[in-house]
Design a protein around this ligand. Structure first.
Ligand SMILES: [Zn+2]
Length: 471
């Protein structure tokens, strides 16, 4: 079915202009003014921006953690993502030591197949480098199109890999054309500090933050950057939360290294004091890295503005307060780490970033979509509005005001960390490959519509595309 989006203002990472969009076979077929309406379903976007669909590079759906499983799976999680203006996610496929990577990837396909309402890809966690793993990695890239590997420098005795594994992953990634992602916190020192806190009788949620100080994120970030330099490889630091880590990334980039940094909405608008909420409610704000003192927020905003950080992920990893976060009553180390963020990622950056003059409209599109597509091998099929690209589109009303609340959100969890926050701007309709997933703020998508996306190698464009970029 041909669709014609009329009268909207198209915004990409580089341009802002008024034009109509003709969509055919799930792709953008024509961009121009006063396009012929005959045979097309006309969608009026008067007063709205038309953005490329958001891409969330950092989600954990249906993921086991701390003796429980995240509340949102690929159905509720992607529905919430779509309401928030996201049309593609990249989720983290966990692996187990000694188990074939293929098996882990199969497990993740099974979680998503038949459930996702928008498109999705996977990153692969690397927990060890063995001969078997080295033999499998080229197949992971060629056959699965998984071109990014995640290494944890924290969560000792759970996910944490040692520096040798990180280094060897960087070397392999360089040879194979993949991007290495790190969770950069010094897990060994955190392990010591948390044990000591418990011994001293400190069990409240705030000790989650106090035992993971920003210095340990800065240290691990710097170490990962140095190993990247030694390996001549490429690095993407996930969920940067503090000035110390920004400083290390900026230093590496100033040297010309291929080092990239992501932050998340929670670090831009919430701070450490939330962990001190009474009645154990601080547990709602427990994730890693932890929320920081408020002054870090301005450093992160400036880093987005000046390009030291380039992307915004959600780190969606949701647990109910009742029954899940509560597992950590009396012992903060048992609080499942993570929060429900997937739905409000785009809105918060628009409202707090663009509306408050911290970043430009073009920067906003780059940060939530285009740059992510380029770094993770989705561009130019996704991440922009151009002839030949997938018609992944968000029709966005920049004037409407809304209050974020668990009562109205679409995630499956019983709280929202941004509860009561006023935001300006909201997606009205969202299309994935030319089909409405959300239309006039109503869900009209289908579980199973979302397709698995095989991504191009680091630095490469998606191969099967024939995209003519508008000048
Ligand atoms: Zn994460």
């Amino acid at each position: 079915m041909t669709k014609l989006i009329k009268n909207g203002t198209i915004v990409t990472a580089t341009d802002i202009y008024e034009a109509d969009l003709l969509i055919q076979d799930g792709k953008i077929a024509v961009i121009g003014r006063n396009l012929d309406e005959s045979g097309a379903e006309v969608i009026d976007a008067t007063g709205c921006y038309v953005f490329p669909g958001g891409i969330d590079p950092h989600t954990h759906l249906d993921m086991p953690f701390g003796g429980t499983v995240t509340k949102d799976d690929f159905e509720s999680g992607t529905i919430a993502a779509a309401f928030g203006g996201t049309t593609t996610i990249i989720d983290f496929c966990l692996t187990n030591k000694g188990e074939p990577l293929k098996k882990a990837i199969e497990t993740w396909h099974n979680k998503a197949t038949g459930k996702a309402v928008i498109d999705y890809g996977f990153h692969l966690m690397i927990s060890e480098i063995t001969d078997d793993v080295l033999e499998e990695l080229p197949k992971v890239i060629e056959e699965e199109g998984i071109t990014s590997f995640k290494v944890f420098m924290a969560y000792k005795n759970v996910f944490q890999a040692d520096d040798g594994t990180l280094y060897r992953t960087l070397v392999a990634a360089k040879e194979l054309g993949a991007l290495v992602m790190v969770h950069a916190e010094n897990g060994d020192v955190i392990d010591y500090l948390t044990k000591k806190a418990l011994e001293d009788g400190h069990t409240d949620p705030i000790y989650h933050a106090l035992t993971r100080p920003p210095e340990l994120e800065g240290e691990a970030t710097g170490r990962a950057c140095q190993l990247t330099e030694l390996a001549g490889s490429q690095l993407y630091v996930v969920h940067v939360s503090c000035a110390q880590a920004v400083e290390k990334i900026a230093e590496a980039r100033n040297k010309g290294l291929n080092v990239w940094g992501e932050t998340c909405p929670q670090y831009l608008v919430l701070d450490q004091s939330y962990l001190e909420k009474p009645n154990f409610e601080g547990a709602k704000y427990v994730w890693s890295p932890p929320l920081r003192e408020k002054w870090h927020q301005e450093v992160l905003w400036n880093a987005l503005k000046n390009g030291q950080l380039q992307t915004l992920g959600s780190d969606q990893c949701s647990f109910d307060f009742k029954g899940q976060k509560e597992l950590g009553r009396g012992d903060f180390t048992k609080i499942p780490n993570g929060g429900p963020i997937i739905e409000d990622r785009v809105s918060i950056l628009f409202s707090e970033g663009v509306k408050k003059g911290r970043i430009t409209l073009n920067q906003f599109v780059d940060i939530v979509s285009t740059r992510i597509a380029k770094l993770f091998g989705l561009f130019p099929k996704k991440g922009t509005i151009a002839v030949g690209a997938d018609a992944d589109l968000v029709i966005f009303d920049p004037t409407v005001e809304r209050v974020i609340s668990a009562e109205t959100h679409h995630m499956a969890v019983d709280y929202n960390p941004f509860e009561g926050m006023k935001v300006t701007g909201e997606p009205v309709s969202v299309l994935c490959r030319g089909e409405f997933v959300v239309r006039d703020k109503q869900f009209v998508g289908k579980p199973g519509y979302g397709q698995y996306v095989k991504r191009a190698k680091y630095g490469a464009l998606m191969a099967d595309q024939d995209v003519v970029k508008m000048s």
